[in-house]
Design a protein around this ligand. Structure first.
Ligand code: GLA
Length: 398
């Protein structure tokens, strides 16, 4: 079981940065610049971003670091210290490799074409966002790469543009039809705050998270992959739901524009599965707004009930949960100190997020991990975090 105390995290992040810098110097003989972007946990608002709805993610204290220096030629040399792999790409190679390098090359490609960033660079990567756990290790790699390439090219882009470009790289180069939430929070995270995001206008409000609660993430240890068919199928189902509803509600552009009353009124026109998919999205949008209001008024138990309702809707209507996620949520509900718990991210494995009273975090983790291990024969990794800051350059410690 992994636990992280903020002070310990800061120390280990500083060590990571130092080792990355030393490794870069050893390999290339020059001083790199270092950029970082965090992973994320979504507190509420799941599968709403690509329906132009609301979500409330927070950046976590786990990141991807990019050490970078320009090259004289146009080659991109990318190494991953986590994977122990190094790859070289010429500027004429524009075809995806269908592996981890696509996140870096996709961003380089989109930024190079649109903003003339440098093509040639030496890049060394290291990260501690758990891979394939639904905590957006890929968005953190994309956004860290974007700020790094912009940094060495002396180009400035605002954070919204960075998020949109990274989403485009993932949609077009990597081939996953994700929404904008993950890249947006990696670029905009603020310590101590959740970010209430309107995924249509991209306007956002920072919502302070209660200082008496810690975010505890529990990993089912089942890897998920959103390039997989189910995610894209859910998106297509939502689009189909909108096009059927548009026959009766011509003014709507997305499920964001439909109320639960309107959905009920036209229920008979929708196949049952599409009706349930739409009901999840529409009810989830309303829960996000109520969740933000509950946090603002200090109503932690109201916020917790909304997290549970979100999980149930994802399980029953959207059908993106699985037995392991459901088990973690029900164990969390019985554990000491829990305000709320739900699956987080795309689903089909990955992690749950729980808000737990600070004084009970250790007991909570022990109770959940032990029981999960007894049922599934595997210990779930647990990560504690507070909401963290978004992407930026890491200045060298003197
Ligand atoms: C993945 C996608 C996001 C979002 C979530 C589900 O994390 O990358 O854009 O759709 O799934 O809420």
């Amino acid at each position: 079981m992994t636990t992280s105390h903020p002070a310990a995290m800061a120390a280990s992040n500083a060590n990571a940065e130092r080792s990355l810098r030393e490794e870069f110097r050893r390999r290339f003989g020059v001083e790199p610049r270092i950029f970082r972007a965090p992973g994320r946990v979504n507190l509420i608002g799941e599968h709403t971003d690509y329906n132009q709805g609301y979500a409330m993610p927070a950046a976590i204290e786990f990141s991807t670091w990019v050490a970078i220096a320009p090259r004289d030629d146009a080659e991109l040399h990318i190494s991953s210290l986590n994977l122990g792999e190094e790859r070289i790409f010429g500027s004429d190679e524009t075809v995806p490799a269908h592996d981890w390098t696509d996140y870096v090359r996709g961003v380089a490609h989109v930024l190079g074409a649109g903003h003339g960033t440098r093509a040639g660079a030496n890049v060394v990567l290291w990260g501690n966002v758990p891979l394939g756990a639904g905590l957006s290790s890929s968005a953190s790699l994309e956004v860290a790469t974007a700020v790094a390439l912009l940094g060495i090219s002396d180009c400035e882009l605002d954070r919204e543009e960075i998020a949109l470009l990274c989403q485009r790289a993932e949609n077009e180069f990597v081939g996953a039809r994700c929404g904008v939430m993950d890249q947006f929070i990696a670029a905009h995270g603020e310590a101590g705050h959740g970010l209430l995001l309107d995924c249509r206008s991209l306007q956002y409000k920072l919502v302070p998270l209660p200082s008496e609660l810690t975010i505890v993430i529990a990993n089912t240890m089942i890897k998920h992959r959103i390039a997989g068919g189910e995610y894209n199928r859910r998106r297509a189902e939502c689009e189909e739901g909108v096009s059927i509803l548009q026959r009766f509600l011509p003014g709507i552009r997305a499920l964001r524009d439909v109320s639960l009353e309107q959905l009920e009124e036209h229920r008979a026109e929708l196949p049952p599965v599409l009706y349930r998919r739409c009901r999840h999205v529409i009810s989830e949008n309303a829960r996000v707004l109520r969740f933000a209001a509950a946090l603002r008024s200090g109503d932690c138990s109201g916020a917790g009930e909304l997290m549970l309702a979100s999980h149930e809707s994802l399980r029953n209507d959207y059908e993106v949960s699985c037995r392991e996620l459901d088990t973690l949520v029900s164990l969390a509900q019985k554990a000491p100190g829990t305000a709320g718990s739900r699956m987080t991210g795309g689903g089909f494995g990955g992690c749950t997020v729980s808000l737990v009273r600070n004084a009970k975090v250790a007991e909570f983790q022990d109770a959940v991990a032990e029981e999960y291990n007894r049922i599934f024969g595997v210990r779930p990794e647990m990560y504690t975090t507070h909401a963290a800051a978004g992407a930026g350059e890491v200045t060298r410690e003197e």
